[in-house]
Design a protein around this ligand. Structure first.
Ligand SMILES: NC(=O)c1ccc[n+]([C@@H]2O[C@H](COP(=O)([O-])OP(=O)(O)OC[C@H]3O[C@@H](n4cnc5c(N)ncnc54)[C@H](O)[C@@H]3O)[C@@H](O)[C@H]2O)c1
Length: 268
């Protein structure tokens, strides 16, 4: 069902790797709600070729961008403005990468070079995108930027490793930049803290299946799916949420405020 919530709006979607990606599901929903899109991902992700399938469905250009490169981000913003003939109304940051997790390093023994790269790609990149957009005046008045986070930013999930620190930093950047962009152009910036979902990034976490099952049993509504998340993001991009900014919004079926559930006790 479509409500034309994004009719006339234009946006950039980072992070659609394959059809399980939260960004992929979101791009489909934004398109169905009337938005015009540009898709982007790291050049290495492009080689897998999946994103072109999505681009065809949405009739959207694909512009490669390694979000840890100033040059790539500037090029993306420049080309997006050329394509649309002006600024964008929304941006989705749906990017996560932990080099230490990839290399099998325990949290207590991380490599700091890898760690700097992980924080740069997963968190500081939000600052880079916002700073570049601000400098180039690329986001229209009352625009909306959303980045995806996880509750490991507030509570300990041991196997989430350095990504917990990355998400805490990401949420902080959202808040801090949200202040400056709000004052300057009424642009709002929020993070959405999403339930676990089986995606490429998600399944990189050790014991992820157990994680998903536990969260399902600990959430009064059950886990929020990628499609549920896409719907929430559409709302955040729409004019229905104009006064919401600098927030970390839990989208997790109630997990974040639940102490225990009968379903978990019954398992004990
Ligand atoms: N899956 C979950 O359980 C879950 C839960 C909460 C939050 N999130 C967050 O949602 C976001 C999207 O993840 P997903 O679960 O859809 O997985 P995904 O693997 O489909 O998406 C992650 C994306 O990050 C991109 N990326 C990695 N390095 C990049 C770089 N240098 N430049 C540009 N892009 C780069 C990847 O190519 C990929 O498209 C991430 O921030 C993730 O941490 C996921």
């Amino acid at each position: 069902m479509s409500y034309n919530l994004l009719k006339g709006k234009r946006g950039i979607i980072f992070g659609a790797l394959d059809e399980r990606s939260i960004a992929w599901r979101t791009a489909l929903r934004c398109h169905a709600e009337g938005a015009e899109l540009i898709l982007t991902n790291a050049p290495v992700a492009m080689r897998m070729g999946e994103i072109n399938k999505l681009a065809e469905i949405l009739n959207a250009p694909v512009i490669p961008c390694d979000v840890s490169s100033n040059e790539d981000v500037t090029n993306l913003i420049t080309k997006s403005m050329e394509h649309f003939g002006g600024g964008v109304d929304f941006i989705l940051h749906s990017i996560g990468m932990s080099i230490n997790v990839r290399k099998g390093k325990h949290y207590t023994e991380i490599d700091y070079g890898f760690n700097a790269k992980s924080l740069d790609i997963s968190a500081i990149s939000l600052h880079r995108v916002l700073a570049t957009a601000m400098k180039m005046d690329a986001i229209n008045d009352w625009g909306s930027v959303v980045a995806l986070s996880y509750i490991a930013a507030q509570r300990v999930f041991p196997d989430y490793n350095e990504m917990a620190d990355a998400k805490a930093l990401l949420e902080s950047v959202g808040r801090s930049f949200g202040y400056h962009y709000g004052v300057k152009k009424h642009v709002r910036v929020n993070t959405i803290s999403q339930s676990p979902v089986l995606t490429t990034a998600g399944s990189g976490v050790k014991g992820f299946d157990g994680f998903v099952e536990y969260a399902e049993k600990m959430s009064p509504l059950g886990n929020a799916s990628a499609d549920d998340c896409a719907n929430y993001i559409v709302m955040m991009f729409s004019d229905m949420t104009r006064m919401v900014t600098m927030q970390n919004l839990f989208h997790d079926g109630g997990f974040s405020f639940t102490g225990v559930t009968e379903a978990v006790i019954n398992k004990m």
